[in-house]
Design a protein around this ligand. Sequence first.
Ligand SMILES: Cc1ncc(C[n+]2csc(CCOP(=O)(O)OP(=O)(O)O)c2C)c(N)n1
Ligand code: SF4
Ligand SMILES: [Mg+2]
Length: 314
Amino acid sequence: MSSPITDIPARGGNIVAVNAPADAERKGLTKKEIAADHPTWCPGCGDFSVLALYFKLIEKRKLWHEKITTVAGIGCSSRFPYFVQAHGAHYIHGRALPFASGISLSRPDLHLFVFGGDGDAFSIGGNHFNHTARKNIKMTYVVMDNWVYGLTKKQTSPTSPLGFKSKTDQWGAVDYPINPMKQAIAAGASFVARTTHTNPNHVLQMMEAAMDHDGFSFIECLSECVEFYEGAFDASNPRKGGMFNEVPKTHDVTDEMAAYKLANEPFPGYFGIFYKSAKPTKNAKEANIIKTSQEKVKGLKDWEILQKTFDRLK
Ligand SMILES: Cc1ncc(C[n+]2csc(CCOP(=O)(O)OP(=O)(O)O)c2C)c(N)n1
Ligand code: SF4
Ligand SMILES: [Mg+2]
């Protein structure tokens, strides 16, 4: 993989390119340059579309290897970073968001994308979801929701509907499912959108809008598990006799209550941007604290600052 040499910026600082051609002179990556391992998903799995559209986004927006980071937890969907030729990590089940938060806060110049499943996001990673959203840490989180645990071969997930028969609910799920959109809005996510893998143009549109948002952007992307929950989303797919309803043009995306109402609609519900607000990110707030602190200790080396701190603690 060839990429220009770049200096790692100080926290909150700007990246300085060394020996790199000017951005305008650089060509965007081709699909061949972005793709890594051949995906190991089952033929027909919805996750293929999401990956293909991520490649399209990288091509279209001329993102370069050294500017993209792809992070995931564990699950079929979380295998995502294996298939992308870029920096990233396939991390611990449910812990993708805290790992990604560290990346975001130390390298704000990167385009940071986190992919994962409904189990990863809302079961084991449920608390991380709420806290990353409320802190408004800049990254794009795409949850590939298939309403089931795919990798571990069909257990009930937090989004499985009532009555869903699985290995953990042989007589049908009895627990009420969560609504990812309501959860994201209530947690304080500053960008909340919904899409489905069967509408490629819409997925790309949502990813672009999420990437351009300065804050924690969340996308629920329906992504069918053809192996363990075939037909789950037919009601949202016009090719299967369903309805793909876009968010009404009159919807005010800054109106939290209106977004909540949209999210409350029964399946198939609406697709598009439900909520968007421009509130300061944790990245910006931390950068500000660092800048102010650095102004106070001008001229001191890092170890001298540490020494002073320890001396004060004595
Ligand atoms: C700490 C821990 N607990 C449980 C597991 C087993 N496990 C792996 S993936 C997974 C759930 C995957 O479901 P989801 O996040 O919805 O992803 P999908 O496979 O459906 O894309 C579970 C329970 C694990 N790997 N680590
Ligand atoms: S088990 Fe389901 S989610 Fe996993 S790769 Fe196969 S179709 Fe996709
Ligand atoms: Mg799942």
